[in-house]
Design a protein around this ligand. Structure first.
Ligand SMILES: [Cu+2]
Length: 119
């Protein structure tokens, strides 16, 4: 028993030593906006897009209205949103997997919406 536990401890230490040595890729930045009019948008490096690659993203949403919000929803249990009544800037850490993601303003989901695919 002791030997097994020691083995596990050594394995854990070895893993801890290896993981930080790997290059950590910073998350790709995305910028979402909603309001002040009836507009919602999402950009990467200042441009709209239709597709992204799977991976880690940092989404900063500028919510510029007290009657709109910004919700992003899709595969991998992604479902994050800003408040409808509050304004301000919020950053979400997202892990995107293959599939279709949508972003909407909940109170006006019929008209204020967009989507993109992760391929
Ligand atoms: Cu709205």
């Amino acid at each position: 028993m002791k030997r097994i536990r020691l083995g596990a401890a050594v394995a854990a230490l070895a893993l801890a030593a290896v993981v930080p040595a790997q290059a950590v890729t910073p998350p790709t930045k995305l910028a979402g906006t909603v309001g002040p009019g009836f507009t919602i948008g999402l950009k990467k490096a200042g441009k709209t897009f239709k597709t992204l690659k799977p991976g880690k993203y940092s989404l900063t949403v500028a919510d510029k209205s007290g009657i709109h919000n910004f919700r992003i929803k899709g595969p991998g249990n992604v479902n994050r949103a800003t408040s409808v009544v509050k304004q301000g800037t919020t950053t979400f850490a997202l892990t995107l997997v293959k599939g279709t993601y949508t972003f909407v303003c909940d109170p006006h989901a019929g008209s204020m919406k967009g989507s993109f695919k992760v391929l």
